[in-house]
Design a binder for this molecule. Sequence first.
Ligand SMILES: [Mg+2]
Length: 442
Amino acid sequence: MGRKRGRDHVFVETDGQVYLVRDRGTLRFPRADEKLPFPTESAGVMDFGADRVLRYKPRLDHHPEEWWGRDAIFERSDVDPLVKRAIYTTMIRCVSEVILSKGLRVLMVKSVRGFSKGYWNVPGGFMDYGESPEVGVEREAEEEIGVDIVLDGLLNVYVSGFPGKPAYTLGFVYKGHLVSEAFRLKPDEIEDAAWFTVDKALTLTRNPFAKWALVDFFLQSDEARAALKVKRHSSDPHATGPDQPTVFLDRDGVINRGRAGYVRTPDQFRFLPGAIDGMRLLQDHGWQLVIVTNQDAAGWKLLTEAQLAKVHDRMLAMLHKEGVRVAEVYYCPHNVLSDCACRKPRPGMLLAAARDLGVRPRGAWMVGDKPLDVQTGRAFGCRTAWVGPKAWRKRFAAEVRPWSPDVVADSLLDGARAIVRYGEDPVVDAARKSRTDPTITS
Ligand SMILES: [Mg+2]
């Protein structure tokens, strides 16, 4: 979609050896329509705009000595520049970052240049040549905020793509604390440094490593986990195990018809056409379902939490009869004026599911009908689907644009079909991923 039709080239590599064909004195990749003398399986797509390089793994029973060693290719003058560019692009970039904490809060810095210009990020940046990640992050922190840091251990290591670029970046993220708070901000790079709770910090950064690390920090911090107060329907959530692929579903406008005066009684709860089928489709494909709903009606005291529980009991009973299981229903009982962690677009309900059900952002989707649902999914660092009838989507198109949903669909059922397809084709998946992953900032 939207791609100028160019050529598809095939990049077959195994164990540092690359398969090339000689064409009038030049060594080049085979084209997608040329037959290869061995079977392959697809391993992703590198999108260079007009040219697309399809990555394949060969199925061979021997080591192909006769192929070309990837490092030796750069010295040759008879190699197609696209081959050099693609091989160069496979070399992963490395960044090293740090979550500096003080009690429940973490230090974020606001950038004045680069990819994260105008956004908050965690301190850190690209590692220098030959530098270890520990030394790199200490140097970056000193450069950015002018303060020595103490590392308390590695939090995690992540890989992510750049939007519209075929390269990947490897991110080491540490946890640590400050020696002093006498900040000396680097004027051409950082305009501010401030402490935020994890739920708030997640809404401020575009950096996927920072998001995933903030969630991991939250999960590793007894204090942060205990401090997050989020309401849920059942006291005994039906978790299907850690790291279970999960789809978060908004309720009103996705599962059931919204009502001008809010859904206040079980009788007013009406499933939207296809919603149950969509939930069943996701469940049949191994997705755990978690509902996350802002209930302003409770926040405005138009509905008691006991009444809301009755609505949810009825909804769950009807779903149960249809063979659909919901791991948990989280709800925000506040209103738009509240500064709670749970009201979307804050990701508090998703964080609670990470804590209670073992959900991880990299294996999750958020499906909603409002721009703030998409924003919430982005804040948590998961993929997002925006669903609703065409006229509705037209009305909110400009508002949703900054959050660039991965899937746009007419209904939950259509969205569910797209989510199921998304994970099934690694070529499509990798191509989409390289376009839609949030920006890496360093
Ligand atoms: Mg809604």
